[in-house]
Design a protein around this ligand. Structure first.
Ligand code: PEP
Length: 246
């Protein structure tokens, strides 16, 4: 699967529609199962995009941890659902930089799952570790909080996707980003650490993904990619899709 995080883009609904028509042109010759590309636009655009482009699945970039209340500006998981969202990205590092704690993200995951919205959870460290062998202790600390009380949900393997997306690997050049060795270290750690409690969660990778990264990570046991900046450039999206689906 390819999941596209548009962040706070594009500027208007008209441009959002244009972007999707440009995607369709790029992938018209590829054999892609409908609804295997997931797009997270600004949530204001959701109802129109969901109606106009049924071949894609749309989702939110965030939701509240509460179902209702005096919470000005917040959008609940049930509101996302009623706007047609099939999933929500939670725990993105850009939101962590705005002050989201791991405990809050955990409550948001629970709120989304209770409302039957699939969660794409961004997971990873903020600061690049000097020695990669020290990373697992930080991952363990995060997992303990983020996966707290998730055992109440059956079928987590269907409803929770974990995107390994260290903040330091987002929107940087390839040299500064994650290597295949580091990705494999994470995958091995994740499987060993979480498999006892939470079984078979799909893993994907996010962080400066382009067509080269897709090829480079072909051998890794991941189910897809989370793509940020390159998803706003239709020709780059086309190259990524050809690398992934061919
Ligand atoms: C993201 O914002 O989730 C992301 C992966 O961004 P980029 O592809 O630009 O690194």
């Amino acid at each position: 699967m390819l999941i596209l995080n548009w962040k706070m883009n594009p500027k208007s609904l008209t441009e959002a529609n244009k972007l999707i028509f440009a995607y369709e042109k790029q992938i018209q010759d590829l054999k892609i199962k409908p609804r295997s590309i997931l797009i997270a636009p600004p949530s204001l655009f959701l109802p129109v995009l969901v109606q106009k482009h049924p071949d894609f699945i749309f989702g939110g970039q965030n939701c509240s941890d509460q179902d209702q209340g005096a919470l000005t500006g917040e959008i609940s998981a049930s509101m996302l659902k009623s706007a047609g969202a099939g999933f929500v990205i939670l725990g993105h590092s850009e939101r962590k930089k705005m002050g989201e704690s791991l405990a809050l993200i955990n409550r948001k995951i629970i709120a989304a799952l209770k409302n039957k919205i699939k969660v794409v959870l961004c997971f990873g460290e903020i600061v690049k570790p000097k020695n990669f062998q020290t990373a697992p202790s930080e991952w363990r600390r995060q997992a303990k909080i983020l996966f707290n009380q998730l055992d109440q949900f059956k079928n987590l393997g269907r409803d929770l996707i974990v995107a390994f997306e260290p903040a330091w690997a987002i929107s940087v050049n390839r040299q500064g980003s994650v290597s295949i060795e580091y990705l494999n270290l994470f995958i091995r750690w994740f499987r060993a650490e979480t498999e006892k409690k939470i079984k078979h969660l799909p893993l994907i990778y996010g962080g400066s993904v382009d067509a080269k990264v897709v090829k480079l990570f072909q051998s890794a046991e991941i189910k897809g990619f989370l793509i940020g900046s390159k998803s706003l450039e239709p020709s780059e999206f086309g190259k990524i899709s050809r690398a992934y689906y061919n």
